[in-house]
Write a protein that binds this ligand. Structure first.
Ligand code: COA
Length: 158
């Protein structure tokens, strides 16, 4: 059974992330969304809230799981018995950082493969930071996030 891990901060998960997850589900039997604490990014949503968002969005889909983690992604992959890391590439500007991450992860864990997927073009400009910023200023975010996130952001910034 091919189990893939999709690590990230997901503060919050956007339709761009969901697009990547749906693509990964065509390739792998199970996708675990691995939500990093990412304390240095000072997330707006707690780790528990971010896990809860993913669980609500993928409720009823037993091929998608959400877990939190705070250590190295290579250690998590061993614990989860997975050797596939999914990452999304939105534009050329993502490449350099992703190339660095993938090679550092490979140096630490040679059997771990990074698989890069590209979201639909209409999501290539999306980021969690921009979505948070628009929501915090009362802007419309329904075409960028699931209704679960729209509601959570509206409550957070009301
Ligand atoms: N749609 C929308 N946005 C997307 C996206 C997509 N398909 N793909 C990436 N993004 C955005 C995210 O929203 C995020 O935006 P933000 O910076 O405005 O919040 C940005 O791209 C990058 O985020 P993400 O993909 O979540 O990466 P990250 O930098 O937050 O997380 C980890 C990177 C958690 C995977 C990495 O730091 C990690 O592995 N940490 C664990 C510790 C470790 O192992 N360190 C050693 C690594 S070699």
């Amino acid at each position: 059974m091919a189990k893939a891990l999709y690590p990230g901060t997901f503060d919050p998960i956007t339709l761009g992330h969901i697009d990547i997850i749906e693509r990964a589900l065509h390739l792998f039997d199970e996708v675990t969304i691995a939500i990093a604490t990412s304390e240095s990014k000072k997330p707006v949503f707690t780790l528990e809230e971010r896990i809860d968002h993913v669980e609500k969005i993928f409720k009823g889909n037993d091929k998608v799981k959400a877990i939190g983690f705070s250590g190295l992604v290579v250690d998590l992959a061993k614990e989860e018995d997975s050797n596939i890391l999914i990452r999304g590439l939105r534009a050329v500007s993502d490449f350099e950082y992703e190339f660095q991450l993938a090679n550092m992860n490979r140096a630490m864990s040679p059997d771990l493969e990074s698989v890069f997927l590209t979201p639909k073009a209409k999501f290539s400009f999306l980021s969690s930071t921009l979505v948070r910023e628009i929501a915090s200023m009362g802007g419309e975010i329904s075409s960028f996030v699931d209704p679960v996130i729209e509601k959570a952001l509206k409550e957070r910034f009301k």
